[in-house]
Design a binder for this molecule. Structure first.
Ligand SMILES: [Zn+2]
Length: 95
């Protein structure tokens, strides 16, 4: 019976180690998968860098949530870059 108690103790320690280990592993996976959000300059939406549409302009990379936003930016990049600080929704295009 003495041995049984020791065995139970060892099993308990092993269980704790496994639980602790799997918890640490899960946490690390979550850290890796944490998405990096950037702002779509066309519509102002938050987009995940790894899933976003990309377009390089004047040495900088811009990210878009969908193809239409990317196309709009491609057509008139200055329009979206100039309106950066303004709420672009109600801005009338100057032309
Ligand atoms: Zn967009």
């Amino acid at each position: 019976m003495k041995n049984f108690g020791i065995l139970l103790g060892i099993v308990g320690i092993i269980m704790m180690m496994i639980t602790g280990f799997s918890y640490a592993t899960q946490k690390r996976v979550v850290d890796i998968k944490t998405p990096q959000y950037v702002i779509d300059p066309v519509c102002g939406m938050k987009v995940d860098k790894s899933e976003a549409y990309r377009y390089k302009y004047q040495g900088a990379t811009y990210y878009f949530d969908n193809y239409n936003c990317k196309q709009s930016f491609k057509m008139t990049p200055e329009k979206f870059l100039n309106n950066k600080c303004v709420n672009s929704k109600d801005t009338i295009p100057q032309k």
